[in-house]
Design a protein around this ligand. Sequence first.
Ligand code: ZN
Length: 423
Amino acid sequence: MNKKTLQLPKYTMGVGDRFGKEGQAQLAALLRARKDGVDVSPVWNKSFREHSIIHTEPLSVRQAADSAVKATGWPLPYFVDADHINFKTVDGFIGSSDFFTLDVASAIGTTADSKALEAFVARHEDLCGRLAVEGLAEPMTVTRDLLFSVAEKYLFAVQEAGRIYRRVEQAKGAGCFVTEVSMDETLQPQTPSELLVILAAIADEGIPAQTIAPRFSGRFNKGVDYVGDAAKFACEFEADVAVVRFACKRFDLPANLKLSVHSGSDKFKIYGAINAVLRKSGAGLHLKTAGTTWLEEVVGLAEAGGEGLAIAKDVYRAAIDRFDELCGPYSEVIDIDRKALPAMSEVSRWDGAAFAAALRHDQSCPRYNPNLRQLLHVGYKVAAEMGSRFLDALDNYRSSVAVNVETNFYERHVMRVFPSQGK
Ligand SMILES: [Zn+2]
């Protein structure tokens, strides 16, 4: 990469929030981590889906980022991510973003034309056989069949990523933005050997990807813990890290290319494994979660009592009434047991501490209810519709909200995932 290329630092993490109010609290958490020797650069993100549900514009994210950085004196680089954009939605993000997550999951499975497929397989036939990949206990076996089947399934999607990339490049200029390719929002996980072939295709397509988001095995539901075999995830993640490093050299991809984990937040069961692999390998990571900030806002409002608690209860009441409408857009990434949701008659008697205990993600607390948590997670549309009633409460109960946002981000996420630098 040339000198002018905008480089993504080793450790980066998603920040930002639905309502653009918590940037300072999140940076306060990252500043605390920095004091502890853990340097993580923030990447503001808000997906097209969030913008459309809440009726905000991408420029508002840039403004929230710039003003939080100014107010806190944040000293390291920071980025604004056009999260999960595709060819249809990219244009609205070009002016305000310097990080683009090219989401091509919906193109997976569409087959590229046969000439392109054959040319790809011929170009990469040298991968076939047993490949010694540093960091893997056993050599990786790539067969011609695997090469062909991965190409059949993913080549078109990578070509689509190329189309989106070139659209951004044309508008902003090469090297002026960071590129991520995401394939996570699909049901079938990609294996490490599939990832290797996908990276070959990304290099062929001329996409200078600095992060890649594969679909890992297990379920990554929104706002609740990982569902799956954590030990299996650990092996897969370690193998993916090794494959990424190998692919950088072999295919001449950007040297800082790293994995991006789209966690849907709060995957505490696998944070330890991620931390251990990062320590051992020295690899970088982009963790695309802001730590369920919106839910921390609700916790903070509930704990503040008064109008804050009344708002928390009103959001829950409306979320129960509008269950299908709110859950619909997220049906792939939530699993709510409706029978286990507390009745409104019960919730209306709760004090702030009881509401916070049911919502806060503390699995050791017997009052914690993951069903209520997931429902409130998708209930932000209700808060958006409250307009100034909700936004004013975030200002009026600022200290209660900020302490919850900051503590959650620092303790439950940043410090569990990222090792201190150089160790
Ligand atoms: Zn994602």
